[in-house]
Structure formats: structure tokens, C-alpha cells
Design a protein around this ligand. Structure first.
Ligand code: KG4
Ligand code: ZN
Length: 374
């Protein structure tokens, strides 16, 4: 029954023929409101990203209700402006795509609702896109790397909410090799940044501070280092930093100390990630490259550690340019195009946004499972 339901949702858009054309994509799963328009061959015609850091800063973290309201305030004008930037009207679009999960449900409802409305008004299909698949396929965006990431490749998805290692076998074909057993690596960066009194977003602020620090001053733990498999753990590392900060005498958290803690934490995280990547590469010996994606992929120390791990296994590391590491709508548009080309796109008008949606499962994942529960 689940199979039938899923199949019925697939659309028969002939992407190789006359209907191939620009796709407008929307990303609203967390605290970035983003819109992009890509041509059928993946060229970025226009893109806009609005970060909500200032809205959430007084609360020390992303407040889902504030995020949803901000998406609602900004998305319509941003979509109109992006169309204008590209010199297009809604009628010129071949499809509208939006992230429908995983993510914060309020933002997903805003993005998907707006996207569905635009698609209906323009008489075009609405494509439901998995946020993680967006990150996973970004490395294949034309022009990003000289040869593009060819299947199969090993993906390290490192963001604020996700930390997993996936063998990408093809569009829609993902084999999860491991993941975090507690915190995501970006979450650990954000929490340590908060302990150091840094502003949001924590990860980039911590990286900047670490530049002037001594990474050997504190020997923080390297959780799961050398263990079989490629699961991750960052909670113990984060707690070790918290315990050090808690035991320091008043006034000890001066700039030099903070920079040394930041650099030592970052070195520990990078070493663990490189070790886990090496294990994953051994589990996927046919991988053509090691792709690193998600917000944390912007970190230069981590990129370097992963590039070295890849080199030891004879594979190049491929990382998107910095602006496509964090959340953006280009990756959503590209994932939609990859699916459209293969006839795998999922008509999203019936798809409900879902906070949990594991990569590689159908867009009807939760819709079907929740229906079958009744
Ligand atoms: O992919 P992303 O934009 O959103 C999620 O899907 O989570 O990732 C955001 C995460 C945050 O935890 C942020 O602190 C982290 O990526 N991040 C970084 C850096 N830039 C962003 N972490 C370490 N170093 C960076 N340069
Ligand atoms: Zn993300």
C-alpha cells in the first residue's frame, strides 16, 4: 500500500523535452530564508539568502516561532525580487521546489505553503525536496568542481542538526554508514561558542577566534577515535570544554584563554572527523571522492583535516564553495533538477512538510507511516 501511494505521487514531467526550464526553489527549514532560480542545466540565474541571526541573537539560539514568522514576513517579497533579478515571471518557470523536511515545522509550512501556492497559480508542478538531499547533491552542481562528484561518493554531512556519513550511490540512493550518537558537530561548535561568550552563529565566530589560539594548550578528548565504524560523538568533547570553563577562577576567561580553548576544541573536532572519515572511506573503497557538506564544511581546519584523510585513501575531497555549505536554495533547486531529469521528482502538492525525513526515504515517508498508524 505504501508503495502504491508513493508511486502515485511521482509526476510525469518530461524534463528532456519542451517542459525543461527554470526552477524556482525555496529553503526555509531553519533560520535562513532563501530563494534561488536555476536554469534546467543547473546554472544559477538568481539567488537570495536572508539570515535571521539578528532576530534570534537575544535568545542565544534559534527560536522556531520567530523563525517561522520571519520566513512569512520575508519570503513573498524575496521570491518576487529573485524573479525580477533573473528577468523572469512566474509563467516562465517549469517547476517550483521547496524543502518539505527535515527541519523546523513552522518554517517548512511557510516555505512549502508559499511554493505550492506559486506552483498552483503558475500551473506548474510543485516539487517536494529533502533538505539533506540538497546538501548531499550540491557537490554535483555544474561548474563547482572540474569533473563534478561522480557516483558513488562518500558524503560527510556536517551541520547544526545533522552529522552523518552516507554512501551516495545515485540520486535518491543513499546508504547511511554512520551518524552521531549524541550531538551534531555544528551543535557542539554552537554550544562551545556560547560557553566562550561568542555571538551567533557560533561556528564561524569560534573559527575566527581559534585563528589566534594555541590548539595544543588543552588536550580535550577525541570521542570514538580509532573505534570501528564511522559513528560520531561530540557530547563528551563539548562537556569537557564546559567542565574546564566551570572550574576556571573568576577572570580567567580572558581573550587569550578563550582563543586557546576555541583552537583546542576545533583541533579535537577536526581530528575526530578525519578519523571517522578514514573509517568510512575504508567501508566504501569504491568512492570516487570524499564530499563534505553542511554548514560545518565551511570550516578551514576541518576541510584541511578531511582533505588529508582523503589523500591518504587516494581520493580527492570535494567541498562546495563557502556560500553553498550553509543553508541555501540553490541546493534545493539543484536536487529538484537532478530528480526531474531522472523522472524521480515527487509531486509535492499532497506532501505534508515533516520535521523528520531521513535521507533516501520517500517524500511520503511520514504521511504514509502516520496514516497507516490509524
Ligand atoms: O547546514 P547549516 O547552515 O544548517 C543546518 O542544516 O543545520 O549548518 C549550520 C551549522 C551551525 O551549527 C553553524 O555554527 C555551523 O554550521 N557552522 C560552522 C561554520 N560555519 C557554520 N561550524 C564551524 N565552522 C564554521 N566556519
Ligand atoms: Zn542544512
Amino acid at each position: 500500500m505504501n508503495e502504491e501511494k508513493t508511486t502515485a505521487l511521482h509526476i510525469g514531467l518530461d524534463w528532456s523535452g519542451a517542459s525543461a526550464g527554470p526552477v524556482l526553489a525555496i529553503e526555509t527549514s531553519c533560520d535562513e530564508t532563501a530563494v534561488a532560480i536555476l536554469s534546467a542545466d543547473g546554472a544559477v540565474l538568481a539567488e537570495r539568502v536572508l539570515s535571521q541571526f539578528a532576530d534570534h541573537a537575544p535568545f542565544g539560539g534559534v527560536v522556531p516561532e520567530i523563525a517561522a514568522r520571519a520566513h512569512l514576513s520575508h519570503l513573498p517579497a524575496m521570491a518576487a525580487a529573485t524573479l525580477q533579478d533573473a528577468g523572469l515571471r512566474a509563467d516562465d518557470l517549469a517547476a517550483v521546489a521547496a524543502t518539505t523536511g527535515p527541519g523546523l515545522i513552522g518554517g517548512l509550512l511557510v516555505g512549502a505553503g508559499f511554493g505550492k501556492g506559486l506552483a498552483l497559480a503558475a500551473g506548474r508542478p510543485f516539487i517536494a525536496v529533502n533538505h539533506l538531499e540538497g546538501h548531499a547533491l550540491t557537490a554535483r552542481l555544474p561548474g563547482l568542481t572540474p569533473s563534478g562528484a561522480g557516483f558513488p561518493y562518500l558524503l560527510l554531512l556536517l551541520s547544526g542538526g545533522h552529522c552523518q556519513c552516507v554512501r551516495v550511490e545515485g540520486v535518491g540512493r543513499y546508504r547511511r554508514l554512520g551518524g552521531t550518537i549524541d550531538d551534531a558537530v555544528g551543535e557542539a561548535f554552537d554550544k562551545v561558542a556560547k560557553l566562550l561568550g561568542l555571538p551567533l552563529p557560533g561556528g564561524p565566530a569560534l573559527e575566527r577566534l581559534a585563528l589566534s589560539g594555541d590548539s595544543r594548550r588543552h588536550g580535550f578528548p577525541r570521542p570514538l577515535l580509532g573505534r570501528p565504524g564511522c559513528d560520531f560523538s561530540f557530547s563528551g568533547l563539548k562537556t569537557a570544554v564546559a567542565q574546564l570553563v566551570a572550574t576556571l577562577p573568576p577572570g580567567a576567561m580572558e581573550p587569550r584563554m578563550c582563543a586557546d580553548i576555541a583552537a583546542s576544541f576545533q583541533a579535537a573536532a577536526a581530528e575526530v572527523l578525519a578519523d571517522r572519515a578514514a573509517h568510512a572511506l575504508a567501508m566504501a573503497p569504491d568512492a570516487t571522492c570524499l564530499v563534505v557538506a553542511g554548514g560545518v564544511a565551511a570550516n578551514q581546519t576541518i576541510r584541511q583535516a578531511l582533505a588529508e584523510a582523503g589523500k591518504r585513501h587516494g581520493v580527492p575531497m570535494v567541498a562546495p564553495p563557502l556560500r553553498y555549505c550553509g543553508d541555501n536554495a540553490v541546493m534545493i533547486g539543484w536536487a529538484a533538477i537532478e530528480r526531474l531529469r531522472l523522472g524521480l521528482a515527487t509531486e509535492g502538492l499532497e506532501v505534508r512538510p515533516q520535521p523528520r525525513w531521513p535521507i533516501g526515504t520517500s517524500a511520503a515517508y511520514q504521511n504514509v507511516t502516520s496514516q497507516s498508524a490509524f
